[in-house]
Structures are given as C-alpha cells and as structure tokens.
Design a protein around this ligand. Structure first.
Ligand code: ZN
Length: 242
C-alpha cells in the first residue's frame, strides 16, 4: 500500500511528541499516513517493551493512523550501517512515501541524531537500483522519496517551516498520554525521569504554542529540511503571520 507520508521515530512516542498534529492535519487533507518505530524503547527507565507496544498502538488509534510498524532495532545500540540502512530501505520501498518525517539531527537523546542520519541516508540509497532488496522473495522496486523533514523534538532547533496544528493539539496531548508508563502519572510507583513530570507535558504545549505564535496560529509543529522545499502554489500558506 502506497503512503503519502511515513513518519519514523527511533522510540515509540517520538512521533507523538513531535509531529502527531501534522500527521492528523495531513490525514484530514486526505493523505495516507503511517508510522515506523525503529526500536521498542526497551532501555526506557519506566515501563517495559510490552507496555510500550500496547501504548503505541493505543496512541495510533487515538490519532486515527492505521499503519504502525516496529522494526525491533536495538534501543541505544543500533548503528547507521549497511545492515540497518537496508532494513529502512525495505520499509521505504514497501510503503513508497513521498514525504518522510524523521528525528532531529541533533537532540538531547543521542539515538535521535543517529536515527535521523540513518533514515536520511536510507532515503537516498532507496533510489539506487543496484541496491537490491526483497519482500517475500520478490525484488522490490526502487523508491525515491521527495523529501525528508526532520521534526523539532526536545532541543530547540530553529525550524525551516512550521505546520498549523491548532485543531489537533488536544488530540495530540491525548495520544501522548496514551504512554501512561512514560509521562506524568501520579498513580505509578516508578522512578521519576526527565519526561515524567507534570511540567514536561506543559513544555510540549508551550513549544507548540511558541511556534504557533510565530505565524499567528494557536499551535504549530516545527520541521527542518536539508533540501530546499518547493511549493506549487500559495493556497496552504498562512496569511495572518504576525
Ligand atoms: Zn526518543
């Protein structure tokens, strides 16, 4: 099944925290969207890989995204090498997305930068016909995605562009709260972490609020692109930029 947008995150919850609103907005425009989690987040301090899997599938249901796969790479230890690139190329040739979302090139968690490079490199290599990959024994057709957009997640990075997610902010927070072992949950007897405070949840909204303010909307998510973004018209351009 061909998708319009495929969103990669190295940990289940990266996509929710960073680009959930954009994915929901794209779906409202009729785009076909899927999520690929590279790892099961098994090194996370709280919860287990099993709870993470249940939580990520609940979050996908809340966002209304029917396709979500987990590649089972090793959290913390996966590499941007030929083995892992081929795995990502197989996914890209399977879903043939025009646009890819990926982690930020630099972020608090070192996995994020490595994942960003892995996905970006695989996106380029996926278009090379001499790299052969197979699905159920059948040679896959090459696929050249048009763009890889890297979402702003934890560390603030000046974005290349922002997407208005005002209509989806509440549902984004609901999808994040689906990870009940990871984020603020006063009923849980697990160690406190960087992301488990009530304040952390506020910072998500605050980030989106500040990015929205830039362009005169309620909330927005930010992205960076290495390739120059080309547009065919001005219909989607926000008019009331402050
Ligand atoms: Zn992460």
């Amino acid at each position: 099944m061909k998708l319009d947008i495929l969103a990669f995150g190295v940990h289940p919850d990266d996509v929710e925290l960073s680009c959930a609103g954009t994915l929901m907005a794209a779906m409202a425009d009729g785009k076909k969207v899927g999520i690929i989690d590279l790892t099961r987040g098994e090194l996370g301090t709280r919860g287990t890989p099993e709870t993470r899997l249940t939580e990520s599938s609940r979050a996908a249901t809340i966002m209304g995204i029917p396709i979500r796969e987990n590649m089972g790479m090793a959290d913390g230890f996966f590499q941007n090498d030929a083995f892992h690139q081929r795995k990502v190329i197989e996914m890209l040739r399977k879903y043939q997305p025009d646009i890819i979302f990926a982690n930020a090139f630099e972020d608090r968690h070192p996995d994020h930068g490595r994942s960003a490079k892995l996905v970006a490199d695989a996106a380029f290599l996926s278009g090379l016909r001499k790299i052969e990959t197979f699905s159920n024994g059948n040679l896959q057709a090459i696929w050249k995605p048009a763009y890889v957009f890297h979402y702003v997640q934890d560390r603030f990075i000046e974005p290349s562009f922002v997407v208005d997610i005002t209509a989806y902010m509440d549902r984004k927070m609901e999808a994040i709260r689906a990870y009940e072992t990871q984020f603020f949950n006063p009923d849980l007897a697990e160690p406190q972490t960087y992301i488990s405070s009530a304040q952390f949840m506020e910072t998500i909204k605050a980030r989106n609020l500040m990015l929205g303010k830039r362009v005169g909307v309620g909330y927005a998510e930010g992205f960076n692109t290495e390739k120059t973004l080309g547009i065919r018209g001005f219909d989607g351009i926000i008019q009331n930029v402050t």
